[in-house]
Design a protein around this ligand. Structure first.
Ligand SMILES: Cc1cc2nc3c(=O)[nH]c(=O)nc-3n(C[C@H](O)[C@H](O)[C@H](O)COP(=O)(O)OP(=O)(O)OC[C@H]3O[C@@H](n4cnc5c(N)ncnc54)[C@H](O)[C@@H]3O)c2cc1C
Length: 392
């Protein structure tokens, strides 16, 4: 292992672990993965872990497809279940949905448009309203996010990556090297440092001396997830439902649970301290959610409330990642893959590969889309479902 060309990765969620895994395959540099808690214990552990390819822009759809192939070929190690996914849009988004479906088909994704009548016959347990447009993505599903992060990290460690459990207090530039200062003052330097620190990125940058106006354009937005115990009439693995009319999504977890979240822009417009997230989802939020889901899936009227929790999204203005060096902050040897905006788990295999290319100075067509400067230059990553950030 070449210590002179050491690479330090901060954060061992699905992103950092995948970066470590991919880098370990293509470099002889020493790689150190630093995580303040456990592997996969950050927002990765709170993820709904839906693995879909229904995106409205080609570049991210391709990344999702590449990643889904990894989940499919590694089913057991990554805990992947193929369930299919139904997307429902209101009449106003019908044309856009149809455009998306033909774009996705062009990429080789097994996706079909259904009329309300066809969808009602195929999925009699869902109420579809007149005028709604439906797409069905056959190969989508969900995976086990903690297992996935641990699988990548374990493989990386087995290939020689060094894992350190510690808290990075600040990062600096020192004579052309990235300098990582741990909480106890210990210093580690590397030719390259990669931040995969999700909602905690700006806190680390603040501690490193950057002012409010220099921080990355990331809002930390709490998103509730609610779990229900399903009645026996609706048990087993069923397709995920992405209801863009009510902006809710439902995932049929295992035999008898349903977990659901919401995609409303009100949730995305908040910005909180990631070390002080709200703890309890208010019961009136839960009962409103239960009422909506019972309208969409009548069997759910008999469901029991199981539990609810808040996770946090690291939202950028266009709800797509920042994968770049922090040269504009005076940290040319520090890179980041952050701002995954509540949809980064499914992309983790592709993100690991793309970030590795960035670190190894290899060309990658995806990199041009995710630069930090795009927010200043007005080059946002295209999205077709306005107001529904994470579906972008
Ligand atoms: C409620 C919810 C539902 C979601 N649903 C989906 C979904 O269905 N499908 C999907 O694709 N995505 C989903 N996502 C998004 C997805 O889970 C995340 O984008 C992804 O898991 C983020 O992984 P990460 O490794 O970037 O971040 P994290 O898992 O948060 O990992 C970052 C790690 O960095 C560590 N860290 C931070 N600062 C420091 C420091 N200074 N020193 C050392 N370590 C540090 C943290 O401890 C943490 O472990 C969801 C997210 C949430 C919150």
């Amino acid at each position: 292992m070449n210590k002179d060309k050491r690479i330090i990765i901060v954060g061992a969620g699905s992103t950092g672990s995948s970066v470590a895994y991919h880098l370990s395959k293509i470099t002889d540099s020493e790689i150190i993965l630093i995580e303040k808690r456990g592997i996969g214990s950050g927002m990765t552990a709170f993820s709904s872990a839906i693995v879909r390819t229904h995106y409205s822009n080609e570049i991210v759809a391709k990344m999702a497809l590449e990643s889904r192939h990894i989940f499919e070929s590694n089913r057991e190690n990554l805990g992947f279940y193929r369930t299919g996914m139904i997307t429902i849009v209101p009449d106003s988004l019908k044309d856009r949905m149809e455009e998306n479906v033909s774009m996705l088909k062009g990429l080789g994704i097994n996706e079909q448009n259904l009329t309300e009548h066809e969808a009602s016959r195929k999925f009699p347990w869902i109420n579809f309203d007149e005028g709604e447009d439906i797409s069905y993505e056959i190969d989508s599903g969900y995976a086990d996010s903690v297992l996935t992060a641990n699988y990548f990290a374990k493989n990386a460690i087995d290939s020689g990556v060094k894992f350190i459990r510690d808290d990075v207090y600040k990062i600096e530039n020192e004579q052309g090297r990235g300098k990582v200062v741990l909480k106890d003052g210990k210093i580690i330097t590397g030719t390259k440092v990669v931040l995969c620190t999700n909602v905690w990125t700006n806190k680390l940058l603040s501690r490193s001396g950057f002012g409010e106006e220099e921080l990355l354009p990331i809002k930390v937005s709490p998103h509730p997830v609610i779990l229900f115990k399903r009645p026996n009439t609706i048990s087993g693995l069923l397709p995920i439902v992405s209801d863009l009319v009510d902006k809710d999504y439902y995932k049929f977890e295992g035999e008898s649970l349903l977990s659901g979240g919401n995609l409303r822009s009100e949730l995305d417009n908040t910005n909180i301290d990631p070390d002080n997230p709200p703890l309890e989802v208010p019961m009136d939020y839960v009962s409103d959610y239960a009422e909506r889901i019972s309208k969409r899936i009548p069997d759910m009227k008999e469901a029991g409330f199981h539990s609810a929790y808040y996770g946090m999204y690291d939202n950028t203005p266009d709800f797509h990642p920042i994968i770049d060096s922090l040269t504009s902050l005076g940290l040319p040897n520090v890179y980041c893959c952050v701002g995954l905006s509540g949809h980064g788990f499914k992309l983790s295999p592709a993100l690991g590969r793309i970030v590795s290319n960035l670190i190894m100075d290899k060309k990658d067509p995806a990199l041009g889309y995710f630069r930090l400067l795009r927010f200043k230059n007005g080059n946002s990553v295209f999205k077709n479902y306005e107001g529904i950030g994470t579906v972008g």
